[in-house]
Design a protein around this ligand. Structure first.
Ligand SMILES: O=C(O)CCC(=O)CC(=O)O
Length: 264
């Protein structure tokens, strides 16, 4: 279906749930995650009749790990190939952080494949580039275990960490299980990304959700996106850090569902 092939796509690992003929919603995750990060959203959407497709971004989870650096074009091309694989012409797209960056890229470069966008805890330009180059080097030298503790400290608030140590351990393990080359190559995609000037080209109806306590992609980054995309609105969720959809699943899921119901 897709004729967009600026880079060679890889066949990413995916899980599809819900009625085969339901409106398709594709979930794309953050750096250091896999499709399990969206577990809280699956049942509520399936119960509403949506076809939920989750996947592991290249370099992460059970997806292939081609050598880096990656680009957003690579990640967007993989997603278009995934839609083709599932026979989906147009999908609602929900992405968090790196996933949201992929969503913005699709909104600009493949608008005919996107029904709506939900961009969670993300940024159109996330610097400084040097930080990403340093993190990529650290991970290539010392593995993802070396950044897992700091990563989970940005993903959830301190209060959540104290209340749910088991969940924090689960998330720490998720980061540590990402292959080092995949994580580093994804850092390099973020290092090179600048979508700010392209935001006005996004025609899709867009919901931007920020975590009020997100230290990785603070609320001001969401304001830039919501200010740049013509048909966008912004919601800020209290008590959420970077992995807001996991820490505040009821609120994030309700906002996503509300956006999808209006758009479908
Ligand atoms: O989460 C992402 O996809 C990119 C931002 C990030 O790495 C958050 C963090 O600092 O761990």
């Amino acid at each position: 279906m897709s004729e967009f092939s600026m880079s060679q796509p890889v066949k990413v690992h995916s899980v599809a749930e819900g009625p085969a003929d339901g409106p398709a919603v594709v979930f794309s995750g953050s750096l250091g995650s896999d499709h399990r990060m969206w577990e809280p959203q699956v049942k509520p959407l399936v119960d509403k009749g949506f076809r939920v497709i989750r996947y592991d971004t290249r370099g992460q989870g059970a997806s292939p790990v081609p050598p880096g650096p990656y680009t957003l074009e690579d990640l967007g091309g993989d997603l278009l190939a995934l839609l083709d694989e599932h026979g989906v012409e147009r999908a609602h797209f929900v992405g968090l952080s790196l996933g949201g960056m992929t969503g913005m890229w699709l909104g600009v470069n493949a608008p005919d494949r996107i029904e709506s966008l939900t961009l969670c805890c993300t940024s159109a330009k996330l610097g400084p580039p040097r930080m990403w180059a340093d993190r990529a080097r650290t991970v290539r030298e010392n593995g993802t275990g070396s950044v897992a503790e700091a990563g989970v400290g940005r993903w959830v608030t301190a209060g959540y960490g104290a209340a749910y140590p088991g969940s924090v351990g689960y998330l720490r393990e998720m980061i540590a299980s990402v292959p080092a080359e995949g994580y580093a190559a994804s850092c390099e995609a973020i290092e090179r990304m600048d979508l700010v000037g392209d935001l006005p080209k996004i025609a899709a109806r867009t919901l931007v959700i920020a975590g009020a306590e997100d230290p990785a992609t603070p609320v001001e980054h969401a304001e830039v996106i919501a200010g740049g995309v013509p048909d966008a609105r912004l919601e800020v969720v209290e008590g959420a850090a970077h992995l807001g959809s996991f820490e505040q699943p009821e609120r994030f899921t309700a906002l996503i569902l509300e956006h999808l119901e209006v758009a479908r």
